[in-house]
Design a protein around this ligand. Structure first.
Ligand code: FAD
Length: 307
């Protein structure tokens, strides 16, 4: 059976690894340069590194915990103890380490944006900047607004009820260490989270920080340019820590338009009426990495059940 998976975030990887374990060989396509989707690590000029998407990997689900424990034994995740929390798993040396570990051995095509998914008598034809072939099953794990555009009309269920909030994120490298906690939750009205990224286990960088704007501030400033966002957020960050521009070695911003799910669908996936096209992701079950993992795994189980 030829299976295409659109997206190499946690849901696409969970689906692919489960199918591979069962002896199938899915093909993954991702439009990004890196893998992992919103579990992202940015490496910047100057040797700086920032986890600018997901910060930590909570795992309530026992089977997901066992995946994390295996990754931990292999050295790709580690526990991060901060003043605020007893210990949360993080990827090491960056959040993308878990994705790279799961992707090992998979047939993955990066920088390949799927632009159309069309059903023919032979199956589902996928197109990027060129035709990519025909597949018996297609799994789309893009965020809902993108999934609707790509495969919405083929799905047997409307996805309009799913809602997200955006997150504007600042990455800043300081040229000296500062006296501030490694994590700060809701430190100001405008900032929802500040993390001392370099304090996470296994980082080779120093003084790299990540700040996320609150959902309200992000929504208000969403359409500014990235430079404008960086300027405003840097000002918030510096003011909060009583620093000034001379302390800054590097700063940039990232816009996550669909960052955190606030209203999930409430079921692990959706599919076409002929059960050959699937859509899933964190948006099915909740706002976290493990919800993406649960959705991707459930899709794989359904494909295997019907095979
Ligand atoms: C700022 C931020 C902070 C977060 N913090 C946490 C946290 O601390 N803990 C936590 O558990 N969760 C956190 N999350 C949420 C977590 O990152 C997500 O729940 C999870 O990563 C979603 O995985 P996914 O596979 O469903 O989607 P994604 O990771 O979004 O993956 C979808 C993939 O599909 C690809 N794609 C989309 N369209 C196409 C196309 N047409 N062709 C090819 N590829 C395509 C994208 O490039 C992407 O790689 C955070 C998210 C953000 C943005």
């Amino acid at each position: 059976m030829k299976i295409a998976i659109i997206g190499s975030g946690m849901s696409g990887l969970a689906c692919a690894t489960r199918l591979s374990k069962a002896g199938l060989a899915p093909t993954l396509f991702d439009k990004g340069r890196g893998i992992g989707g919103r579990m992202a690590t940015r490496r910047a000029e100057g040797g700086y590194q920032f986890d600018h998407g997901a910060q930590m990997i909570p795992a309530k689900d026992a089977t997901f915990r066992s995946v994390l424990n295996a990754a931990r034994s292999a050295g790709h995740v580690a526990e991060w103890h901060t003043g605020e929390s007893e210990g949360h798993m993080v990827g090491t040396p960056g959040m993308t380490a878990l994705s790279k570990y799961l992707a090992h051995g998979l047939d993955l095509h990066q920088q390949t944006e799927i632009t159309s998914v069309t059903q023919t008598d032979a199956g589902w034809e996928l197109t990027a900047d060129k035709p990519l072939g025909t597949f018996d099953r297609v799994v789309c794990t893009a965020p809902v607004p993108q999934a609707i555009k790509l495969v919405g009309t083929a799905l047997s269920c409307a996805l309009d009820q799913v809602a997200y909030v955006p997150s504007l994120t600042l990455m800043v490298a300081l040229n000296r260490s500062i006296d501030a906690p490694d994590t700060q939750t809701n430190p100001t009205d405008a900032l929802a989270w500040i993390a001392h990224d370099s304090a996470k286990p296994g980082r080779s960088t120093q003084n790299c920080w990540v700040a996320q704007a609150s959902a309200a501030w992000s929504a208000t400033h969403l359409e500014l340019t990235k430079d404008e966002i960086a300027t405003l957020m840097l000002d918030l960050f510096l003011t909060h820590h009583a620093l000034d521009a001379t302390d800054v070695a590097y700063a940039t911003a990232h816009r996550w338009r669909y960052a955190l799910v606030t209203q999930p669908l409430g079921q692990p996936f959706v599919m076409s009426s002929d059960e050959t096209l699937y859509a899933g992701g964190d948006w099915c079950l909740g706002p976290h990495i493990e919800h993406a993992w649960q959705s991707g795994t459930a899709i794989a189980e359904d494909i295997l059940r019907a095979a």
